[in-house]
Design a protein around this ligand. Sequence first.
Ligand code: PAZ
Length: 324
Amino acid sequence: MAEPRICSIDGKLTEEFAIPSHVEEVKEKMAAFARFHAEAGRRVVLITSGGTKVPLESRTVRFLDNFSSGRRGAASAEYFIDSGYAVIFLHRHHSLYPYTRMFVTINMLDALQFMGGGEGAAGNGAEVVVNQQVLPNIAKVLKRYQEVKDGGLLLPIEFNTLSEYLHLLKAAAQALNSIGSKAMFYLAAAVSDFYIPTSEMPEHKIQSSNGPLQLSMKMVPKILSPLVKDWAPQAFVTSFKLETDASILLDKARGALDTYRHQAVVANVLDSRRGYVVVVTPETQAELILSKEDVKKEVEIEERIVSNLTSEHSKFMTQAASAK
Ligand code: PAZ
C-alpha cells in the first residue's frame, strides 16, 4: 500500500504545510549555485542539518522539538568542501554552522580585549584584539572560512519549522535535478515524524485551565520517496537512521534502502553517534569507528563518513556515465 501515499505527497505538502513565501526565490538561487559549480567541474552536496520545530498553536507559544545540535551536518559540510564539493547547507536556524561551530561555547567578550583609544566615552573606533588563547585555532579557521566564502563554495539556507524544511527540501531536490549524478543528498537533519495539520491547530495559546493536554498528531509524509523517484532521480542520495535501540538499527537501515531504493543509509545510535556509525549500501556495510587514539588527535567521525560517501559517489557517477 506504499504507492498511494507516495503519489499524494505533493498534494499533501501544499494542503497541510504552509508554503514559505521565499521558496521560489531560494529554489532559483540553489539552481544557479548548482549549475555554476557543476559547470566548473565540481560536485554539489545538499546537506540537511539540525532538528525541526513542530508548532502546537498557530500563534506559536509551544512547540515540539528534538535533540539534534546540527554538529553532524556542520562538520560534514567542512569535510565535503575539503573534498572538492560545493555545499548547499539547509540547516535549522541557530543550529551549529560550519567553521563557527568550534567556538559556540565561548563567550565572545572573553575572547576580545579592549586596547583603548577611539572617540568619546563609547570608544568608537577603538582598537580591539582577539585573545587567541580563548579562541584556539581562530586564525586557521578564519583563513579557511574566508577562502570558502570567497570561492562561493557554501550556500547556507535556513529553516525553522517542519513546513519550511519540507518545502525547501523539495525545492532543493528540483533545483539539483539539472546536474544529474553530480548531485548528492546528505539528509542528516532529525526531522519530526509527527505533526499537527494547520487546519486542526488551535489559533491561540492552549489554556492549562482546560486540564491535561492530549495531542493527536499525524504522520509526516515520507518525503524521501518522491525525492528519489521524482524530484532528483539521478542523484546520489544518503539518508540517516537514528535509533536508541542498537539491536534494531541495521534492520531499519536495510528496510529504508529496500523501501526507497536510494544509495546509502548512515546508521547511528543516539549515545554513540560521535564515535561509531555504519554506512549501509545495497551491496556493502562499512563500520566506521573512532579509536581512543583518534579521539586524542581530535579526529571527527564526519571525516570518515564523508570519505566513505565521496568514494561511493564516485563509483555511482562512473556507473551512471557508463549506462548512458
Ligand atoms: O545533529 P547532531 O550532530 O546532534 O546529531 C546527528 C543526527 C543523530 C541527528 C544524525 O546523525 C541522524 O541520524 N539524523 C537522522 C535522524 C533520524 O533518524 O531521523
